[in-house]
Each structure stands twice: as C-alpha cells, then as structure tokens.
Design a protein around this ligand. Structure first.
Ligand SMILES: Nc1ncnc2c1ncn2[C@@H]1O[C@H](COP(=O)(O)OP(=O)(O)OP(=O)(O)O)[C@@H](O)[C@H]1O
Length: 627
C-alpha cells in the first residue's frame, strides 16, 4: 500500500517543476548553452564571421592562433574560425534533417503502432524487424552512389534507416501508457484518439523520445562528419566540420593545431547532446505505467424491441485464449433505475460492465447476444459510440483513472469542452459547477490527483462521468476502496445525482449492505451466469436461488445474536472449469443429478423475480434463509 502511495506521489510530481529543476542543473545548463552558441554562431555566420570561409590568405598558410586569425588558418590560408562557423551551418542542418526524419518516421509510426495495436502493430513490428536487419552504413553508401550530390536526400535516407530503433522505443512506451486506466477512462469519456494521444500519451512518452532523439542528433553529427571525412559530404569549397578534420589530418605533421578546433567543436557538440539526454532522462524518471487493455465486440441483432434503457440478451463474453467468462446473460435497466449486479469476486461482474462499454481486455470480445440502448439496436455499431455521452463509468480505483500529470480542473475541463464546447470562460464555469455538484470546493480544480483523498478522487471521477450528462452510469465497486464514512457520503452523492438527473445506475458490487441501501432491483451473478434477479426486497426476504441465500446468510447485518455467520463452502470456479449444468451445483446443498445433467433454464416463479434453479420451490418463503 505504501509503495502504491509512493508510486502515485512520484507519478504526480508536477512535470513543469520537474523539468525546470532538471534544466537548472549545470549538466543541463552547460550543454544547452553550448548548443545554443553553436546554432547562433552558425546561423549568424554571415554577420559574425571575421572572414569569408573561402578567402585564401596565401601569406599566412597553416598559421597558429593570432590576433588576426583567432583560431589560425588552414593549408590555403583560410580563416579556421570562419570555416568552423560556416561549416556548422551544413553540419547542424544535416543533423537537423536526420532528427526531423527520425521524429516523423519513428515517433509517428511508433505511436500509431502502440496505440492502435492489432494488425497495424503486427505490420509495424514486421517492417521494423526487416529495417533493423539492413546494415545502415552499407545502405547509405549505396544511396550516396546513386544520389550523392543531393545531401538532403542522403540525410533523409539516413534518418529513415536509423528510425526503427526509436520507433520500437516509442511503440513500447505508447503501449504501456495505452494500458493505463486513465487512458481507458478517457476513451470511456468519448475523447477522440488524437486528443487522447496529444493529452495523455505524448506527455508521458516525451522523456524517452527526447533522450533518444538527443542521442541520435549526436550520432547524426558524427556520421555526417564521417561522410565528409571520406569525401562523400558537401563538396568544396563549402566547409563542413568533417571536411575540416580531413584536411587537418593531411597536414598533421606540419600543423597539428589545425585538428583541434573542428575536433573539439564536434566532440563537445556530441557530448552536449548526450548530456542533454541524461538531463531529460532525470527529469522524466519516476514514470512507470500500469497495464489494462481493451477491444471491440460483436453483437447480433435484437430479436424484439425493449422499452428499457439498457437491454442485454443472451450476452456471451469470451476472453483471450477462448475462455468464456460470461454466458447467456440477460439484463435490463429502466430509465432512471438503480440496479445492482452482485456476486462474489471473479463471477464476471466487471467484465459484464466492460462489455457494455466495449472496453474488454485485449483479445476479449462479445461472442454472442444482443444489445439495445434507449430503443436502439446496437448490433451494427456496438456500444462504443455511447461511451462518455450516453454511458459513463466510474471505477474502484479513481486515482488510477486520473492522469497524474494534469490538474483536476484541466482534466474535467477537457471533457466539458469536448461535450459542450464554448468559450474558455463557459468551460471554466461548467467545470467548477460540476465540482460543486459533487460537493467539492472549487480549489480542487488546481490540485493534482495525488493531492486528493480517495473520497475526493471518487467525487472527481463522478464529476468527469457527469460531464457528458450520461443516461446510464456504470459504477464498478465505487466505494470498495473507501472507508465506511466516505462510502456512505459517496453513495448519498450518487443517490442525489441520480434523483436530480434521472440517470440510471448499474452498481457493480459484492457488498449486500450497499445493494440494500442503494438499489431497488438486483441481479445476482455466479460463475458467468445471472442466477437470480428481482426486487431487492424480495431477494432479501424470499431468495429463489441457494447462491443468493448463501450470500445473504454471510451478511453480518443479518446475523442473529448468538449464531454463527454461514459461509458457502468452496470457491467460485475459474472460467473454463465451470461444471456442466448448474455452475453452482458442486457448492449447493440442494443439488441433485438433474442439476448437472443439462443447462438450467431461467424460470420466473413470481412476476419480475427470476431464478436459474430447479429447486427454487424448496427455498420459497425464505424458510431456509430464516431457519
Ligand atoms: N484482463 C483480464 N484478463 C484475463 N482474464 C480476466 C481479465 N479480467 C478478468 N478476467 C477474468 O474474468 C473473470 C471474471 O472477472 P471479473 O473481474 O469480471 O470478476 P468480478 O466478478 O468483477 O470480480 P471482482 O469483484 O474481483 O472484480 C475472472 O475469472 C477473471 O480472472
């Protein structure tokens, strides 16, 4: 727990502060200043250089540093300082072309592959593997032989050849960020992909990208100098640093000093890029993502219309590896109704909620069933279009659903702007109103997620869910992580908002105390099946399934003084290990051979009260429950 809090704190350190602190260190200031000096000297060379880079002074060839030639002259009496400044224009421009190419080819493709996943990612991995197998230098020599005179093309080719390495890094970082709960939350809220990438993915991967790019920039300078040294670079009389080194090498026995200026300038430039990368790495340390992916679903057309807000019929959900985790699930929620989906851990409650939002784990899909929302059959489009606007989600871990690097006001405001548009002032007003609606003070807008308590974070999550004015809110264990007092406050808040806005709520929980205090109707789920459903009052007084009866028997609030709480023997079987027929049969005291012989049909012994039990008559009246 402590580690988790520390993780949140570390992740929540304000990025602006971290960057400013990192860039104030000498190891960042000095390289930055040096690179700025190089760029300024090169760009302003026509104004600042003391001589023309090609003006020969044959009376002063191979001269050492003097007042007239600060860095001396070369074999043709040309001023070394002037040639260094003009040479920087070519060398730095070439490095910039390589960097831009790498960023466009490597970063863009890496983000696309990591974010989109699926076939694009597979194709990307294949192409990157092929490109990585190509020897860079050999290929570059071939390019030089073909288009050697077009230095820009050569540099673009170099950029393309070295970009797969960066693309792989970017893909990995994006893949990790994509699995963060707050990215899933942003998708639930209906943010378009480009906005999610810009707001949540790019800031998180910027650190590793800048580190890689700074190292590549140094590498590009070195390769450019190498090519010039070999005579493949910009042709004389235009100076380049590599060409100056080559000329200095040819007269090293007569004037060794000539090697010093271009060698030192180039070496320090490469070192500066490396140090800058280190500073950025330090500035971005402490960001470690968590997993949680998603996939689309397929639905069949609804057989009959339904007046309910949400109607699921015969839903089957299969996860990666072909594991069926939800089977033949039927569920209805009326407009403005509060319904519970209750059951032990591992029964498939959360997966059902995620199927409704089309947010299943990678490899998961709805493999059978139909889905109708507000009279609309979603067989063709799936529920994705409803996310955020018509259906919203709040989860058990609200802090993880908030982006740690942005203040709350910005995160809520982003959704308000998306849903309602309008001026900055109106977005701000709506944002503050939403915070007030969930009983939070306005100053929370300036806070970061790690500065909130669990209850406050859950209120923020509720405010974000409300931004789209949804008709249905799926609340997945919204109070499990909170203490009893805060739990009651959050439930009271949900109840008030539900009454004020006429919003339906599907409350996923294993806590019967929450079900009884908050919901009118409940569905009881066991091992992928809905085993019983009906009004909460009836379920409490006359359970029609032994599983519901067992759960109620374990409720401390129903225990009689002097009696022991009852517990259901055994545990929920894993998907794939479900028994045939009734999934509960091995744990059931009423089980007979017929229970395991064939799938148990759903029957409706009382109006609106359904059960998947052959022996429900033996439970009717709650005799056993009260015995
Ligand atoms: N991301 C996932 N990858 C693989 N299997 C999963 C994943 N999420 C859930 N499952 C499996 O699906 C089944 C149902 O899980 P689900 O989370 O829906 O249960 P639950 O009833 O909501 O329990 P809990 O209250 O503990 O979340 C479990 O067997 C679980 O192991």
């Amino acid at each position: 727990m402590t580690a988790r809090i520390e993780e949140f704190v570390a992740r929540g350190v304000r990025p602006g502060r971290r960057w400013r602190a990192a860039l104030r260190r000498p190891l960042a200031v000095l390289p930055l200043a040096y690179l700025a000096l190089l760029v300024a000297g090169s760009v302003l060379a026509p104004l600042l250089a003391p001589y023309s880079p090609v003006a020969a002074d044959l009376d002063h060839v191979l001269a050492g540093p003097s007042l007239s030639h600060v860095l001396g002259t070369d074999a043709l009496g040309r001023d070394v300082l002037a040639r260094l400044m003009y040479g920087g224009r070519v060398s730095l421009l070439h490095a910039a072309i390589v960097v831009v190419t790498v960023v466009v080819a490597g970063v863009a493709s890496g983000i696309a592959a990591g974010y989109l996943d699926g076939w694009f990612d597979r194709a990307f991995t294949w192409v990157v593997d092929v490109l990585l197998a190509i020897p860079v230098l050999m290929t570059l020599l071939v390019v030089l032989a073909v288009v050697g005179e077009h230095q820009t093309v050569v540099m673009v080719a170099l950029g393309v050849l070295v970009s797969p390495g960066l693309a792989r890094v970017v893909r990995g970082a994006t893949l990790a960020v994509r699995k963060e709960l707050y990215v899933a939350a942003a998708r639930v809220c209906g943010l378009p992909h480009h906005r999610i990438v810009a707001a949540h993915v790019l800031p998180r991967i910027a650190g590793p990208v800048i580190v890689q790019v700074s190292l590549l920039a140094g590498g590009a300078l070195l390769i450019d100098a190498g090519l010039s040294y070999l005579g493949f670079g910009a042709q004389p009389p235009d100076p380049t640093w590599g060409d100056m080194i080559a000329q200095a090498a040819s007269v090293i026995d007569r004037q060794p000093w000539l090697l010093v200026p271009p060698g030192v300038v180039l070496g320090l430039a490469i070192l500066a890029f490396g140090l800058l990368g280190d500073a950025v790495r330090d500035a971005t340390a402490g960001h470690s993502p968590l997993p949680q992916p998603a996939r689309t679903s397929t639905l069949t057309p609804c057989a009959e219309p339904s007046a309910a807000l949400l109607s699921l019929r015969g839903l089957e959900v299969t996860l990666a590896g072909g594991r069926v985790v939800v089977e033949d699930l039927c569920l209805e929620i009326g407009h403005g109704e509060t319904v519970a989906l209750a059951g032990e851990s591992g029964c498939g409650k959360s997966i059902t909620g995620r199927a409704i939002l089309d947010l299943l784990p990678a490899g998961g899909a709805v493999t059978a069933g139909s889905f109708r929302f507000d009279g609309e059959d979603l067989a063709a489009t799936g529920p994705r279009a409803l996310r955020g606007s018509r259906i919203a989600l709040i989860s058990q871990d609200p802090v993880a659903a908030l982006d740690p690097v942005f203040p709350i006001g910005r995160q809520v405001g982003e959704l308000v702007r998306l849903r309602h548009g309008g001026s900055r002032t109106s977005v701000r007003q709506r944002t503050l109103q939403l915070l007030r609606d969930v009983n939070l003070p306005e100053e929370v807008a300036r806070r970061y997620p790690h500065e909130l308590s669990g209850g406050m974070a859950q209120r923020v999550a509720i405010a974000m869910a409300l931004a789209g004015e949804p008709s249905l809110l799926i609340a997945d264990e919204p109070t499990t992580a909170l203490d009893a007092a805060v739990q009651a406050e959050v439930l009271a808040l949900l109840g008030r908002l539900q009454a004020e806005r006429g919003m339906a709520i599907l409350l996923i929980t294993h806590d019967w105390a929450v079900v009884t205090s908050f919901c009118r109707r409940a569905y009881v789920m066991y091992a992928g099946h809905i085993v019983e459903s009906g009004p909460v009052e009836e379920l409490l007084t006359r359970p029609r399934h032994p599983y519901t009866e067992g759960l109620l028997g374990a409720m401390p609030s129903r225990a009689r003084p002097g009696t022991r709480l009852t517990a259901i023997p055994g545990s929920v079987p894993e998907p794939g290990q479900w028994p045939s027929g009734c999934h509960f049969a091995p744990r059931c005291t009423l089980a007979t051979p017929e229970c395991s012989a064939a799938p148990v049909p759903v029957s409706e012994p009382d109006a609106g009260h359904r059960t998947r039990c052959l022996h429900h008559d033996e439970l009717a009246g709650g005799e056993r429950a009260s015995a």
